[in-house]
Design a protein around this ligand. Structure first.
Ligand code: ADP
Ligand code: TRP
Length: 330
């Protein structure tokens, strides 16, 4: 059985885009692979310097994945910060990472670009955590020898960098000490559109929160922007944000039936939104209930994370021991 590993950045309350684009496809993999998931809390430190916020985001994101179906009996779930070997491996990998490789990382380049546009010093606001982000991520991955790393397309470059670094290590010592992983695009995951038709994203403020209560969910759905077509006019389902979302929550028959109503005319946007709300509420209610239960029992979440790291640490220790022997620090 292949192993898959992915990191989850604890960044605020998850939305429907995160669920459909990342959580659902990554969890789907646990049916065919041995899966390992971890909360990348030291990655979050680069941008979040509020202890209370980091603490609560970590718990929220763990609860979110558990509520959406992560089964800790079948998959490993742990916090990055609980695995000290990650940071030792990051130090090892530094010595095999050309600075030029980090200069090419998208996230760093985007910062340089925005500083340039704003006439600021090129490195303004760039901390070394951001600059070396791909090295820590390479350590997260290479420590556990996964075959596959399921990620969104924005993270492909980072996985490729992990492969580059591993190759350079292996070449120097003429070993296969580091296994070369493959990035795996989240299968079937399309970009989910937000309330205003752009990509659903926290940074655009156009999200539908994953665990909103029924009332808030309905209110948010009613805010989806539509065109000015009247009730009687036939409507094109393929150019409609409501329909695009509906497809993710309804059965084939339900999708077909709504399509017919769109094309026939006589259905206003309010009705379409109500249909969407009912489908989403049905699918999301069990997740929401489980999430609220978990958040009311945080000791349990801590316990799951602790048990996960107790299983992960022996694997990491074994790997570091092997690598120390290869490099002559044993
Ligand atoms: P945001 O854009 O809201 O800040 P993140 O960057 O934290 O979201 O994304 C976390 C994960 O969710 C990533 O794997 C990303 O690919 C996925 N994701 C986020 N928004 C969407 C979306 N609108 N459609 C599909 N996947 C998404
Ligand atoms: N960088 C990833 C993100 O921003 C999170 C992450 C950290 C990760 N370490 C990883 C993903 C290792 C896959 C493998 O979403």
């Amino acid at each position: 059985m292949k192993t898959a590993l992915t990191g989850i950045k604890p960044t605020g309350t998850p939305h429907i885009g995160n669920y459909l684009g990342a959580i659902k496809p990554a969890l789907e993999l646990s049916k065919s692979c041995e899966t390992r998931y971890f909360i990348a809390d030291y990655h979050a430190l680069n941008t979040c310097k509020d202890a209370e916020e980091l603490r609560s985001m970590t718990l929220e994101i763990a609860a979110a994945w558990l509520a959406c179906g992560l089964d800790p009996e079948k998959s490993l779930i742990y916090r990055q910060s609980s695995i000290p070997q990650t940071f030792e491996l990051a130090t090892i990998l530094m010595a095999f990472t050309p600075k030029g490789l980090m200069n090419r990382a998208h996230a760093y380049k985007a910062m340089l670009q925005s500083n340039h546009e704003a006439n600021r010093d090129p490195d303004d606001g760039v901390n070394m955590g951001l600059f070396t982000y791909p090295i820590l991520m390479a350590a997260d991955i290479l420590l556990f020898d996964p075959d596959l790393v399921p990620v969104g397309s924005d993270q492909f470059q980072h996985v490729e960098m992990a492969v580059d670094i591993a190759q350079s290590f292996n070449y120097v010592y003429q070993t296969e000490g580091l296994k070369l992983p493959k990035a795996l695009a989240h299968e079937g995951a399309e970009t989910v559109v937000g309330l205003d038709g752009r990509k659903m994203s926290k940074s655009y403020g156009n999200v539908i929160p994953l665990f909103a209560g029924s009332k808030q969910l309905r209110k948010t759905i009613m805010k989806i922007v539509t065109n000015s077509q009247g009730i009687e006019e036939p409507k094109n389902p393929d150019e409609c944000n409501i329909f695009a979302l509906y497809k993710n929550f309804a059965t084939e028959e339900q999708i077909e039936a709504l399509k017919v109503r769109y094309l026939a005319g006589g259905m206003g946007w309010g009705h379409a939104k109500q249909e969407l709300f009912e489908r989403m509420d049905e699918v999301l209610t069990p997740f929401r209930e489980r999430y609220n239960e978990l958040m009311a029992n945080q000791d349990y979440i801590h316990q799951i994370l602790r048990e996960g790291s107790e299983k992960a640490i022996p694997l990491a220790e074994k790997k570091i021991k092997e690598l120390r022997r290869i490099i002559g620090i044993d």
